[in-house]
Design a binder for this molecule. Structure first.
Ligand SMILES: C[S@@+](CC[C@H](N)C(=O)[O-])C[C@H]1O[C@@H](n2cnc3c(N)ncnc32)[C@H](O)[C@@H]1O
Length: 306
């Protein structure tokens, strides 16, 4: 299968600038120039897989809310508490999606003190409608459209795995945060089996041995998020985990959001034929407890200083 890679050209082509405090000059190491230049690449190459990870968030905000928002909204409450977000600070939500964390920042700081950015057109439209007074941008972490030292706090909730170049993205977050300000990121524990997708991924492996999955993505294994932050020159790292619990009344309540095409998991289900989808669904049902049941999801979390 071949795909033409155009839509992210404007967003990623100019990615990355120098970081004055860190003596930057780092260049993005993936996607960006090649994948955004309109060339035709073969499905399965790392560049194309990176692209697919991005476009699978061009879905309605309501679909995202049903699929991931039910986990990311309670996570955002815990993340904002952990970061001690206080009135008077200016904050940036990188990869804001439809606004799970933005909502927490607005509650604590007021809409005028919050900026948000995401490459997904549908999410940007949704967040603008939801928070008209928030400064919302379309763009990527690797090329933030803000001057140096614009914020006291910069957050990336569940975004690092989707960045073209996570170290460049974190480095940009540090650049736009004042010296000594907070740069905070969290990523689901896919590798340790503690993510909202753990049962789904196990079922995918059971029915498709050798399948690749999100366990391999940036920041998903213990210690990796801290390593990425260190590589971006961040200091005073504090690593912890945050866990949220979500209730499901029926199996259908759990399964149906996987059919909405959201994220890599949704994209995987969408490309299956009906028979394969039924097999995967049945395997998920076998692996889950009888309804009603609870899913606990844990995220690796790092708080660091710019
Ligand atoms: C799992 S969602 C998280 C959304 C939101 N932060 C939340 O917690 O619900 C990942 C988000 O990262 C965005 N994204 C993908 N690539 C990105 C990049 N290079 N820079 C910033 N955001 C990106 C996607 O559009 C999507 O909204």
């Amino acid at each position: 299968m071949f795909l033409t890679l155009n839509p992210y050209r404007a967003l990623l082509g100019a990615a990355n600038k120098r970081h004055p405090r860190l003596g930057g000059g780092r260049q993005p190491t993936c996607l960006g120039i090649n994948a955004c230049s309109g060339s035709v690449l073969e499905r399965g190459s790392p560049l194309v897989e990176a692209y697919i990870r991005r476009v699978t968030f061009d879905v309605p905000a309501g679909a995202y809310a049903r699929f991931m928002g039910r986990y990311s909204e309670p996570l955002a409450v815990r993340f904002a508490e952990l970061a001690h977000v206080r009135a008077g600070d200016r904050a940036l939500d990188v990869g804001c999606g439809p606004g799970a964390l933005t909502a927490q920042l607005v509650d604590r700081l007021g809409a005028g003190a919050v900026s948000a950015i995401d490459p997904s057109a549908s999410f940007v439209a949704a967040i603008k409608a939801r928070f008209p007074e928030v400064d919302v941008h379309s763009g990527v972490a690797e090329h933030l459209p803000f001057p140096d030292d614009s914020f006291d706090l910069a957050f990336a909730q569940l975004v690092v795995p989707f960045m073209c170049d996570p170290v460049s993205g974190l480095l940009e977050m540090a650049r736009v945060t004042r010296q000594g300000g907070l740069v905070a990121a969290c990523v689901w524990d896919h590798a340790g089996g503690g993510s909202p997708l753990t049962t789904f991924l196990r079922a995918v492996h059971d029915v498709t041995p050798g399948a690749r999955d999100e366990a391999e993505v940036a920041g998903a294994r213990e210690g990796h998020l801290a390593e990425l932050c260190e590589a971006a020159g961040l200091g005073n790292l504090q690593a912890t985990t945050l866990t949220v619990k979500v209730q499901f009344t029926t199996f259908a309540d759990w399964w149906e959001p996987f059919t909405l095409g959201v994220g890599p998991a949704g994209a995987h289900v969408a490309q299956l034929d009906e028979g394969s989808r039924d097999i995967l669904q049945a395997r998920c049902a076998q692996l889950l407890p009888a309804a009603p049941f609870e899913v606990a999801a844990s995220a690796w979390c790092v708080l660091a200083r710019a």
